[in-house]
Design a protein around this ligand. Sequence first.
Ligand code: HEM
Ligand code: HEM
Length: 329
Amino acid sequence: MGGRRTNLALLFLLALAFLTGWLAFAFFGWPSRLVLVVHALAGIGLLLLVPWKSLIARRALSRRRRPRVWWASLVLGVGLAISLAFGFLHSAGRWYVGGDLTAMEFHVGAAICILPFAVWHVLARPLRVRRAEVAALLTRRSFLRLGAFGAAAAGALLVLPQARRSPSGSYELGSFAPAEMPGTQWMFDSVPVVSGDAAVLSVGGRRVGYGELARFSDTVRCQLDCTGGWYATQDWEGVWLSRLLGPAPAWARSILVRSVTGYSRRFPVESLPALLLAVRAGSLPLDPAHGFPARLVAPGQRGFWWVKWVSSVEFDALPDWWQPPFPLQ
Ligand code: HEM
Ligand code: HEM
């Protein structure tokens, strides 16, 4: 394969892996699995291209006039290797690193770190695509080659060790034993110190004390599927949001749930009947890492929607899509 084609294929596969990774995080259950098959194929495709790319890299690095910031390309290569290694470790069953750290966190963390290096790598080496080349790519022969490449990636996926896990790729940990769930936080969020007696929640502008919340015992059994790579089923106990907030006024387009840390998520008003504000899991008060004094339970949504340490819940006139698809905090 020519150098330019190899680089173009790398670009396509990198973009595909990055995009499908985030899409898989946005979905719950089987839609997530479907996207992850494409994700895995893209990752294995990148690996299959290593022999061709190392030729390009070796040629460039052995020239007398080396590229000026060549080390940044090596950082890209090492970062990608780390991300791939942890992706495979996760899928093969070695998903738990220790403490609250999982292979998935290293996998995604490394992928995010190499993003600026990848953008720079491509922008600093403009790859002008000629029309004749695009025409050549659309021939029967290149489709056959693409098919063979895809089949090789699919074959590799079939022979790679894969552990049993949920459709989203997560492993079961701590079901009906809340204390065994890792205390995973999203990106830069950290566990705040909240005193139970003093905790006051703002519900539609009204102040509700923790003691008042704790008197409710509405219960839902559902799965918390963390993007850190694990899931757990619990009996979550607290109060239905619809009971606290009452019916949605005509002007309301979303429900805004905020945490004392500043973290927040917005839900469509139609989801009101499904949302529970939990104060207990398995009859025990939540521990600080899991959202004490109160956390949101959003059945059928990935963990980053389950706002912890809730400080306010209110109807809002802005639509639910008025937020970044993933929290930036
Ligand atoms: C998948 C991750 C990639 C890695 C690890 C990687 C790594 C490298 C390395 C180590 C070099 C040699 C040092 C240098 O020129 O800085 C290089 C050169 C180069 N890369 Fe990449 N690269 C990747 C993806 C891409 C992509 C997506 C493109 C373009 C779309 C690209 C285009 C180029 C070009 C044009 C060169 C210069 C070749 C030459 O001067 O002969 N690379 N790459
Ligand atoms: C540089 C970009 C990335 C590459 C090359 C890559 C590649 C891979 C590979 C090769 C696997 C193992 C697949 C298998 O053996 O079944 C994997 C797993 C996974 N990756 Fe990525 N990945 C990237 C970025 C991301 C990002 C940004 C996310 C999420 C935001 C993500 C989410 C996942 C998940 C959830 C799995 C587990 C899949 C499963 O258990 O079947 N990846 N990735």
